[in-house]
Design a protein. Structure first.
Length: 127
């Protein structure tokens, strides 16, 4: 199965780092990615730019709206991702635990599946 690890971080966090701290964090993430690639578990990995240059696109009732970043209401941003292949949920969680970004951000583990298929999701508590 395939899983995505989303790196969810506060948008101001990157600006709070010195350049040296940012380069060190990036190097740790690159090393982590190379280890996953060597194990044959990594399909893709990318770091994403901040939301200042981003745009959100919404189409409703035949009208398209573009909303330029930065997004004032955003409390978090997706800073990057690791796309894993051939792992189960438990292994994806274990990989997320080892991810350096778990020290300064949240690593969200999500299974890849069609939007209509929730059969991969664990049952809700009390269900």
């Amino acid at each position: 199965m395939s899983y995505m690890l989303l790196i969810v971080e506060p948008p101001q966090q990157r600006r709070a780092r010195t350049e040296a701290q940012g380069r060190q964090a990036y190097a740790r993430m690159q090393q982590f990615g190379e280890e996953l690639r060597a194990q044959g578990k990594l399909r893709a990995v990318e770091s994403l730019a901040g939301s200042a240059g981003a745009v959100r696109v919404q189409s409703r009732d035949g009208r398209t709206q573009l909303i330029d970043g930065p997004f004032a209401e955003a409390k978090e941003m997706i800073g990057g991702f690791f796309l894993l292949d051939g792992v189960d949920r438990d292994e994806a969680i274990e990989i997320a635990r080892r991810c350096p970004a778990a020290e300064w951000a949240t690593v969200e583990v999500r299974a890849l599946a069609p939007c209509y298929d929730e059969s991969h999701a664990p049952a809700a508590a009390g269900a």
